[in-house]
Design a protein around this ligand. Sequence first.
Ligand code: SAM
Ligand code: SF4
Length: 358
Amino acid sequence: MSTHDLHDGFGRSISYLRISVTDKCNYRCVYCMPAEGVSAREHTELLTAEEIARFVRLVADEGIRRVRLTGGEPLVSHRIVPLIRAIRAIPEIEDISLTTNGALLPRMAPQLAEAGLDRVNISLDTLDPEQFSRITRLGRVEQALAGIDAALEYGFDPVKVNTVVVRRLNQDAFDLARLSIDRPIHVRFIEYMPIGNEETMTACASEPHCPPGVSGAAPELHPEAWDESDIVPSDELRAQISAAGERAGAGPLVPVGSHAPSGAGPAQYWRFERAEGTVGFISAMSNHFCSQCNRLRLTADGKLRPCLFSDDEYPVRDALRANDDARVLEIYRTALAHKPLEHETTDGTARFMSQIGG
Ligand code: SAM
Ligand code: SF4
C-alpha cells in the first residue's frame, strides 16, 4: 500500500518526522540532561546515516514531507552532513530543518547549506552570559549568538530561536524577544515540559561520580525536579513581554497577520509593530495541541515514538538492518495507528529530552 497521505488512528495526516541523530551533546542543559550526560550507547545501537535515509525514503512514500534533525546535539554527529545530503536527494521531502544549540554552526554552516539544509532553530535561553553558562553547564552565550549570525549569513530561512521558559530561572524574556526587531529572527518561547523522570535520575544520583546538586534534595534544576510551578503559561509571558515592549518604546505585541514564518507548527506568532521577525509561543502545557499534532519521532537507536510524552516505542532498526522494507512499513503503520489522541503531561518519561529528540 502506498497512500501518499497516511493518517493516524484519529484521522490526523502525518507528514512530519523528527529524527534524533545522536543522544550525545556538547552541553548539559539543566532542564534536559543530568550533569554527567547520558550513558553513551554502543555505536552499533545507533542507526547509520544510510539506515536513517532509507527509512525516510520509505516513509516519504507514506506521506512524510518534512524532516527535522535533532538530538542530543545533531552537529556533534559525524553522520549529519551525509545524512542531510541523502535526505535532500529524496524528491518527496520538501523541507529539511535542524534544531541545534548553535555552538558548531559558525564552523559547519557552509557544509550544511551545501548539503541542502533548508532552515535551523537555535536554542538560546538567556542573553546573560553568566546565566547561560549556568543553564547549559558547558556553553558560552557568544557561541549561540555566533550561531545565529552564521545561520542568517548562510541564508537559512526562517531562522528561529527556541527559549525554554522556567519560572525559577527568571529569564530575560523581553531582551530575547527584542532579537526579533532588527533582524528576521523568530524567537519562540516554549513552556517547560516534564521530560525524564525520577527513576532515571535516581539511577544517576546513586552513581559515585554524580556531582552535588544533582541528587534528589538539591534545589538545583534538573529534569526529574520538574514542577508545575515552573511553567510560565504563554498568555502570562506574552502579556509581560508586550508590556515591556510598550515601556521600552517597541510598542505592544500585535497579531502577526501574514508575517508568520514558514513551518509554523504549533507556535502562535505575534510581533512588535515594525519588527523584521516575530515572537512565538509554544503552549505545550497550558494548551495541548494534540488534535493538530502531525509528527512522529525516530530515536537515534531506531525506535519510533508516536508521542513525545508517551513511552510507547516501536523499534524499526532490526527490520531496517534486515533490509525488510515491508516489515519497516508495517511497524511504521502500527506506530501511527497507536498515536494517542491526547497525552498526560505530568508523569515524566523514561528517556531524557536529549534521548528522544526534542
Ligand atoms: N541540542 C539541540 C538544541 O538544544 O537545540 C537539539 C536537541 S534539544 C533536546 C531540542 C529542544 O528541546 C531545545 O530547544 C531544548 O531547549 C528543548 N527542551 C529540552 N528539554 C525541554 C523541556 N523539559 N521542556 C521544553 N523544552 C525542552
Ligand atoms: Fe544538549 Fe540541546 Fe539538551 Fe541542551 S537542550 S543539553 S543543547 S540536547
